[in-house]
Design a protein around this ligand. Structure first.
Ligand code: F6R
Length: 606
């Protein structure tokens, strides 16, 4: 979590503020900035505040104009509350050194004792502040022929945990940078050299990027990265991908725009991967051959949150179209030692490609002998570089914290991988043909608004819980629907397979409890009808998402009509009303739907 941006240019602070705005999705509790002016006139200037980058801009009030070296930070609190003093940057007691940090310093309590014993006064509750005092002590006590980079190198050795750090020092023409377990990328463009947590802020500024690796410690100066002879300096390469403006336009919110992006983003996920005759599928970047895959003992999927729910749906395709044992795991609970060996493949699924739990699971899988691969949305992300092969989701940049279009594309990419591994069959052709129709079906789903979503929002508003039920391939989708509603509308929700309800959770249903039932026309339709009747007879108010116009609709208080498709693809259609329900309920509740409380887009801590 947290975003870091640093820059050397003739108006460095302005670029840092612009960069921070683009990184704000990574954390938005607080923001801060530190800057050095040309020829090191005056001390390092700093400003920080709780709130958004816009609050920082107001507080800075033009004071940083003309700064030559600057670093900035957007925070997602881990250690210490959301206060001005816990916001980054953190400065040495004499103000000559300032740092920003993303990650967690696990041995901070020991280091804190150490700096306090050395006489430093500590002014925040963070695990990060120790770094600046250690650096200050080292630079003041090292031998006269040592450099600031030597001091930085030395104190980095003392840290345990994860970090991306940028530090500036009075008298130093550059930014000290270090990476371990949290992303950091250097960028170079006309008149500027930058460092950032991800590549987004570079578009339009930098044409080349260099990806730092774990363990790297460098000085970034106007002419590039400098380090110890023992460390390989990553080379600058052309910045790939395209920049998409974080502008919701007529939609008003990024979440709504991204929901409406889905006809295009789904079509982009399929583009160039399905043969013109609709008979074959190929996932170019997925370099493991069909033969190698069929020799596998098992495939493990590791993912978190919505990516995990998309994976639970996705593995149904792999189970249907291959004979390989496939299991999806929450990355934070991945039992690598029990399920990995040389005859396994472990695939990380992630929008950001930076989720620490998923990265750790992949690393553990690798150590246990597994082959690794990934489905990521962000090009050049840590995960795609770690695995070195895989399939991009091609959903386009996703800015709203709640994932929408990337989740749909995860399901699509699972379907594509499964189809690429399967022999030709009538069902394969049918599914491919239905997949090609998905963009137009989703367009219709989005445009044919009969007011039922709004009626459902009115029904749920004011309730103290909502219950999501579904069966078969819709069972994991209930979890995704519930997660979306919890994170955007702050409504406690539970999600259960329809058949499980009677084994306990039905006790929660009382007069008026909203029950959101997902019932596509598939083999579980009549069983879903029974589950719905069980809820209804106990006072549940039923919101039914279905493409059926049969008697199941008579059980519902509100029917949200869904477009028909192949039953296996139904979650890709049915996720749309679930997203719209969460969005509209969040809006009705007065929440910041794009930046829900306590969350961040990219979860880079464990
Ligand atoms: C929910 C959501 C999160 C993410 C999860 C994994 O809307 O966005 O649950 O799905 O944090 O993130 P990625 O996909 O970036 O690994």
């Amino acid at each position: 979590m947290c975003g870091i941006f640093g820059c050397i240019s003739d108006d460095a602070a302005a670029l840092v503020l612009e960069g921070l705005r683009k990184l704000e999705y990574r954390g938005y509790d607080s923001a801060g900035l530190a800057a050095i002016f040309p020829e090191h006139r005056g001390p390092i200037q700093t400003e920080r505040t709780t709130g958004f980058v816009s609050d920082l801009v107001s507080k800075a009030n033009g004071r940083f104009k003309g700064a030559e070296i600057a670093i900035g930070h957007t925070r997602w609190a881990t250690h210490g509350g959301v206060t001005d003093s816990n916001a980054h940057p953190h400065s040495s007691n004499d103000g000559d050194i300032t740092i920003v940090h993303n990650g967690i310093i696990e041995n901070a309590p020991d280091l804190l004792e150490r700096v306090q014993n050395l006489g430093y006064s500590v002014s925040s509750e963070t695990d990060s502040e120790v770094i600046v005092h250690l650096l200050d002590h080292e630079t003041k006590t090292q031998s006269s022929n040592s450099t600031p980079l030597d001091a930085f190198n030395k104190i980095i050795q003392m840290l345990e945990g994860s970090w991306a750090i940028a530090a500036i020092m009075k008298g130093l023409d550059g930014i000290l940078v270090a990476r371990n377990g949290a992303p950091l990328i250097a960028g170079r463009g006309h008149g500027c050299v930058c460092v950032s947590s991800d590549a987004q802020p570079f578009y339009g500024r930098c044409s080349e990027v260099a990806y730092l690796n774990d363990g790297d410690v460098f000085l970034l100066s106007k002419d590039g990265l400098h380090g110890d002879d023992s460390i390989l300096i990553p080379s600058f390469e052309v910045l790939e991908g395209t920049y998409e403006e974080q502008d919701p336009g007529r939609f008003g919110h990024m979440m709504l725009k991204e929901i409406y992006d889905q006809p295009i983003s789904i079509s982009n996920a399929m583009g160039g991967r399905i043969s013109a005759d609709g008979m074959n599928v190929e996932l170019g970047g997925f370099s493991i051959t069909k033969e190698e895959i069929s020799a596998l003992e098992r495939i493990n999927i590791v993912a978190c949150g919505s990516a995990y729910y998309a994976s639970l749906i996705g593995i149904e395709f792999l189970r249907k179209f291959t004979n390989i044992t496939v299991e999806a795991f929450r990355a934070s609970e991945f039992p690598a030692k029990s399920v990995c060996n040389e005859r396994t493949l472990t695939i990380g699924v992630s929008q950001s490609g930076e989720t620490k739990d998923t990265l750790d699971a992949l690393q553990n899988a690798k150590v246990a002998g597994s082959n690794i691969s990934s489905f990521c949305n962000v090009i050049g992300s840590t995960m795609s570089r770690l695995t070195g092969n895989g399939a991009y989701l091609h959903a386009g940049p996703e800015f709203a914290v709640a994932s929408t279009k990337a989740v749909s594309n995860m399901m699509i990419v699972f379907a594509l991988l499964s189809l690429s591994l399967s022999e030709n069959s009538l069902e394969k052709r049918e599914i491919i043909s239905e997949m090609r129709k998905l963009p137009s079906r989703i367009t219709r789903q989005l445009l044919e608004d009969d007011g039922s979503v709004q009626k459902a929002v009115d029904l749920i508003s004011g309730s103290n819980t909502a219950i999501f039920i579904g069966r078969g391939i819709s069972a994991p989708l209930t979890q995704e629907g519930a997660l979306k509603m919890m994170e955007v509308a702050y409504l406690p929700c539970i999600a259960y397979p329809g058949g499980e309800l009677k084994h306990g959770p039905i006790a929660l249903i009382e007069e008026g409890t909203p029950v959101i039932a997902i019932a596509p026309t598939d083999s579980s339709l009549s069983l879903m009808e029974s589950s719905i009747r069980e809820c209804k007879s106990r006072g549940g108010r039923i919101i039914l998402i279905t493409d059926s116009d049969g008697h199941i609709t008579e059980t519902a208080d509100i029917v949200i009509p869904a477009q028909s498709t192949h039953p296996m693809l139904s979650p890709i259609i049915n996720t749309i009303p679930l997203q719209l329900l969460a969005y509209n309920l969040g809006l009705a509740t007065g929440n910041n739907v794009d930046r829900p409380r306590n969350l961040a887009k990219s979860v880079t801590v464990v």
